[in-house]
Design a protein around this ligand. Structure first.
Ligand SMILES: Cc1cc2nc3c(=O)[nH]c(=O)nc-3n(C[C@H](O)[C@H](O)[C@H](O)COP(=O)(O)OP(=O)(O)OC[C@H]3O[C@@H](n4cnc5c(N)ncnc54)[C@H](O)[C@@H]3O)c2cc1C
Length: 423
């Protein structure tokens, strides 16, 4: 089996699979490593902002999205306690399909992975990257991997793309260190429900003491409820509340049904499908540009945004695109020598600077929204203002990046890809 490639991509979430599609279609040999078997459910609100639809169409997912996704998201709401305010969502600049959608991650991630395979990427799954050996004097990277049968192999490539998300220890860290638990850690949860009565096309954001969340009608007729909650708040609910020592997910469901009228009403006759999923602690913050020689970071590995604005998938897809535009335009970046190393460093700088200029503002805004939503003392006084001017919710959505992509299509650096892409 071939063990040398032009590029190795670690992680087949939206970031990694998109990068693999783009580089494979640009004529590069790519190994895409994914630790888990697919399809798999994942903690995520599953909303895909309208700004991504042209990208997803170009990646070959247009028809599948139309077929499988939930209804178009045309309205946003803020649900806080017994109160609720609704406003129109601004249309995206994507022409034919200006509204966001929701699609289960068991579908989205599988569709992207299959596109990567169809584009010619070698998909190694389940296969975990265990350790990365650096780009010493431009010789490229070695990645030690193990599949489920513990078969170990080392892959080599001049270009390494880390798309392993931010919720598991990164392969470079070697033996996972146990991270200290902090009261302020944010833990992510998600569950799906049958027979919920959430209005089609409505995207409510939930604000509650110690956390925030969202609900949406997603694929397969299911409604997704996802949220983040502080570790200390969750512990207090599990200790003292009417739920006793119930599992964390059940505790959250009880809390949300009790403290949020909108959730209570939408879930009155609903049945949960499968268990609550948990992830985290989530790690909002910028990491791109750090550790210049440890490969390129995309998606959550590059930087994680508070999910209150539902822009993590956007940043995953768009960061992959920004990086691959740079790589596809530079054949020397795939050389295993000093010249290749120099080009990779240049690309790293340009990519990091474009990444920051597109995403840092929305990350700061999301952090402000998240901290306000988690503190009733701030969120509650804002409600009368929002009631007088509900359009502010739509303005906040626009400012969060929901309507404009960091990527301009068609893309000159990836001509083969754009011309060769399915409609
Ligand atoms: C509660 C919550 C709600 C959210 N809601 C939304 C939303 O509605 N809309 C939105 O856009 N975003 C949302 N997000 C954010 C979104 O889920 C993430 O930003 C997105 O999944 C990041 O994609 P990624 O490709 O970077 O990483 P991931 O999707 O995390 O994919 C990383 C992949 O890498 C694999 N991997 C990890 N380590 C290794 C290894 N060593 N070797 C091989 N493979 C490895 C993992 O198995 C995984 O499949 C939400 C997040 C949370 C916590």
């Amino acid at each position: 089996m071939e063990t040398s490639y032009d590029a190795i991509v670690i992680g087949a979430g939206p970031a990694g699979s998109s990068a693999a599609i783009l580089l494979a279609r640009a004529g590069r040999s790519v190994a895409l490593l994914e630790a888990r078997p697919f399809p798999r459910r994942k903690v995520c609100g599953e909303c895909i902002a309208a700004s991504n639809l042209p990208l997803l169409r170009a990646l070959g997912l247009g028809a599948a999205l139309r077929r499988q996704a939930g209804p178009e998201l045309r309205r946003v709401a803020l649900w806080c306690g017994e109160d609720g305010i609704t406003a129109a969502l601004p249309a995206g600049a994507g022409g034919a399909s200006p509204w966001g959608l929701a699609l289960g991650r068991e579908h989205l991630d599988l569709l992207l992975l299959e596109q990567a395979r169809a584009a010619g990427a070698t998909v190694l799954q389940p296969s975990r990257a265990l350790a990365v050996h650096g780009d010493a004097r431009g010789a490229g990277y070695g990645v030690d991997t193990a599949d489920t049968g513990s078969v170990q192999r080392t892959l080599r490539a001049p270009v390494l793309i880390r798309a392993h998300g931010s919720w598991e220890p990164s392969p470079a860290e070697g033996t996972p260190r146990k991270r200290e638990h902090r009261a302020a850690d944010l833990l992510g949860f998600k569950a799906s429900f049958h027979d919920a009565t959430l209005d089609a096309g409505l995207l409510p954001v939930l604000a509650f003491a110690g956390g925030y969340g969202g609900m949406v009608r997603s694929s397969d007729g299911l409604t997704t409820l996802a949220c983040c909650i502080r570790r200390d708040r969750l512990a207090a609910c599990r200790r003292g509340g009417d739920t006793g020592r119930a599992p964390a997910g059940e505790t959250i469901e009880t809390l949300l049904r009790r403290d949020c009228r909108g959730v209570r009403e939408a879930l009155t006759n609903a049945r949960r499908v499968g268990p609550w999923l948990a992830a985290g602690p989530i790690r909002p913050g910028v990491r791109v540009g750090s550790g210049g020689t440890s490969g390129f970071l995309i998606g959550n590995a590059a930087g994680e945004v508070h999910p209150i604005i539902g822009e993590g998938i956007s940043m995953a897809l768009q960061s992959a695109w920004l990086l691959c535009e740079e790589l596809a335009g530079c054949a020397d970046a795939f050389r295993c020598d000093a010249r290749g190393e120099l080009r990779r460093r240049d690309i790293q700088q340009r990519y990091a600077s474009r990444w920051r200029s597109h995403f840092v503002r929305r990350m700061r805004l999301a952090a402000c929204f998240a901290h306000a939503a988690m503190r009733p003392g701030i969120a509650a006084p804002l409600l009368p203002l929002l009631r007088r001017a509900p359009a502010l919710l739509g303005i906040a959505a626009r400012a969060s990046g929901k309507t404009r992509s960091a990527v301009a299509l068609p893309c000159a650096a990836l001509p083969g890809f754009i011309q060769g892409s399915p409609p």
